[in-house]
Ligand binder design. Sequence first.
Ligand code: NAP
Ligand code: MG
Length: 384
Amino acid sequence: MTRIMWQMIKDDLICPFVDLKTEYYDLGLKNREKTQDQVTVDSAEATKKYGVAVKCATITPNAARVKEYDLSQMWKSPNGTIRAMLDGTVFRAPIIVKGIEPVVRNWKKPITIARHAYGDVYKNAEIRVPGPGRAELVYTAEDGSETRALIHHFEGPGVIQGIHNLDSSISSFARSCFEYALATHQDLWFATKDTISKKYDHRFKDIFAQMYQDEYKAKFEEAGITYFYTLIDDAVARVMKSEGGFIWACKNYDGDVMSDMLSSAFGSLAMMTSVLVSPHGYYEYEAAHGTVQRHYYKYLKGEETSTNSVATIFAWTGALRKRGQLDDLPDLVNFADKLEVATIHTIESGRMTGDLARITTLPNPVKLNTEDFILAIADQLKNE
Ligand code: NAP
Ligand code: MG
């Protein structure tokens, strides 16, 4: 469904106003199959070349999609491939509008998730263990020496998984978070499960602690903000009781799960911005939600859909604003600002998609279909 919205956004909100000089990489499943996923790699290379990208949600195929699209293999998640190539941290913040109140009533300010974008389960190796046998972790150093750890002595079938991360990537994750906290003047929270994962998660904790001590403690104190580390389960409990207004740094998987929880609790999966900031200065803007498959099947049947395009619009405005800032194009920056304001004002005037109409506190909201909502924003844009 996002592919359909993507085209409407370009046609109605971007192309009439901006002379786009973009390069386009079609990450639709058909083209990934046709290019044997080379297009995904090419798109990440282009992001490195130009420094700014905007990405539509993509399908990560499962068994059903392999059949539906007649795929030669179960292609990996494009986001996983791209993030592994760009490295960095994904920052996700709720888009706050009047009339859409968070379900957690003590949340007064937005909570920004900083999601590490490299490694862990997204770059794993897995084996379906067929039967009895011994599973070990083996690290072979360049001189040939080995370090081994027993995973499990299997007496029957099961599963194993190997994951990794890099000190360099964890460091750049930590640095992005500290810098972002200073830049936005917000406290920074970080949480892992280091009591259980005494080497893996503990490494994350240590790198953050060391960098904070060596480089950021004084700056944080001067700015009047704090860095706070706790266990992930404690963090979840505290987040629920907080007022918001801080950055919550999460390991890759925690960030995936927690950003969906936060965006839903702040209103809708579609009311959240998402940007990957790489340590090399590349920016990739996207919507945090998926392709909204259930709506697409309705659309294919000719039924009316009311899919919220806000996150995808904000992915575009984020990318255009960044391009404008990098190339010193104030008109482009202004346009991005205006389009965001028009989007928010459209909702605040009572015109919105079904996901918001269901929960708004505004009286008499008008529920618009997918395209009419985008057209309403186009109309509002004239008044901004
Ligand atoms: P999804 O696309 O995020 O949608 C899940 C549900 O959330 C929808 O059915 C809908 O609820 C609601 N929703 C999400 N976005 C919405 C929007 N813009 N407007 C209105 N409602 C919205 O997740 P999915 O359907 O489980 O996944 C579909 C595909 O997306 C999968 O192939 C998955 O791999 C992929 N995916 C891609 C990305 C990415 O590229 N960034 C991220 C996540 C998932 P209702 O049905 O109740 O209306
Ligand atoms: Mg997700």
